[in-house]
Design a protein around this ligand. Sequence first.
Ligand SMILES: CC(C)(COP(=O)(O)OP(=O)(O)OC[C@H]1O[C@@H](n2cnc3c(N)ncnc32)[C@H](O)[C@@H]1OP(=O)(O)O)[C@@H](O)C(=O)NCCC(=O)NCCS
Length: 173
Amino acid sequence: MSAGQPRLDDARHALRGLMPTDALAWYEYLRRDDVTRDTSWTRVTPQRVAELIAGYGGPQGPWRWAIARRADDALEGTIGFNEVALEHGRAELAFDLSPAAWGQGLATRAAQAVLRWAFQERGLQRVQATVLDTNLRSRAVLERLGMRCEGTLSGYRIVRGAPRDFLMYALRA
Ligand SMILES: CC(C)(COP(=O)(O)OP(=O)(O)OC[C@H]1O[C@@H](n2cnc3c(N)ncnc32)[C@H](O)[C@@H]1OP(=O)(O)O)[C@@H](O)C(=O)NCCC(=O)NCCS
């Protein structure tokens, strides 16, 4: 990536590039139903997670970072951008945390860091997020970030066999 990395000014956590050795820690919580139930994650296997990690970080995206504990560098979450469309100055924010790290504002702080990077260093003009209407915790993060709900995308994705409604949130630079 030509621009620098996003920086998280947090006493206990840092953002860093995802590494092959993160696959197991990421898989350990992505395998949990309480984590993926309100998301479009499917087919989560250690191999799939390793393949995803290998696909991040190219100049055109997708981009994703580990939210790692400063004490031991262990992955406690991930955050980044899918659906990067540089020609439109647009990308889609995505994040997750291990349940042990929920309830501390960590996703919100990490998202603020990557949004700052996207707008100021990558020159994006719009960051959007598509979220299942039932994902209340994720919606709360997006609202804390000041993202605006632009409406409902009816039957936007097939999630585990059924068409589901998503909400489109967006923030402009
Ligand atoms: C979405 C997800 C990352 C949200 O995690 P979260 O812990 O609720 O969000 P935050 O890290 O921003 O923390 C917010 C909570 O910390 C509290 N908090 C404490 N200090 C805070 C601070 N300084 N700033 C903001 N919130 C703070 C908030 O009050 C809130 O508390 P609550 O749990 O009582 O609502 C998490 O639920 C998750 O990983 N879900 C599964 C994957 C997923 O859905 N990803 C999104 C797909 S679109």
